[in-house]
Design a protein around this ligand. Structure first.
Ligand code: ZN
Length: 138
């Protein structure tokens, strides 16, 4: 069995944002030389997510609006976590959107369903943060 590991770095200039990271994961897959197996992609920070959905700008706006209703950033004082930090909402948003995704690799390609793409979700940005890509297979 072969295995491959890489860290992808992101620095979202705003507090929140979504990035389609499918091209970077496909590049990792090419580098790995693995054609049959599994790829795990996970956020390495507890205020960021990796998830699969459709690549539509309207949808990203809808996610952001929905998450702000569930866990509004302000007022900051509403969260017990925010004693010196202001990112309690980021922890909660990450929990809803998930930590990681796993995708099957078949014949050297990410074996997606229709419209599926991999996204990095940032909920406390303006600093460098990492995503782990781990690929195992043959
Ligand atoms: Zn925190």
């Amino acid at each position: 069995m072969k295995s491959y590991r890489k860290e992808l770095w992101f620095n979202v200039p705003s507090r929140r944002g979504f990035i389609n990271i499918t091209p970077q994961v496909e590049e990792c897959l090419r580098e790995s030389g693995i054609t049959e197996g599994l790829v795990l992609v996970n956020a390495m920070h507890i205020t960021a997510s990796v998830f699969i959905n459709d690549d539509e700008s309207g949808l990203h706006h809808d996610f952001d609006t929905w998450l702000e209703k569930l866990a509004p950033h302000e007022p900051i004082s509403q969260y017990r976590h925010n004693t010196g930090e202001d990112n309690a909402d980021g922890h909660l948003k990450r929990q809803v959107m998930g930590r990681e995704t796993v995708v099957a690799i078949t014949k050297g390609k990410l074996d997606f369903g229709p419209w599926e793409q991999i996204f990095y979700g940032e909920f406390d940005g303006r600093r460098r943060k990492r995503v782990l890509v781990k690929i195992i297979g043959e």
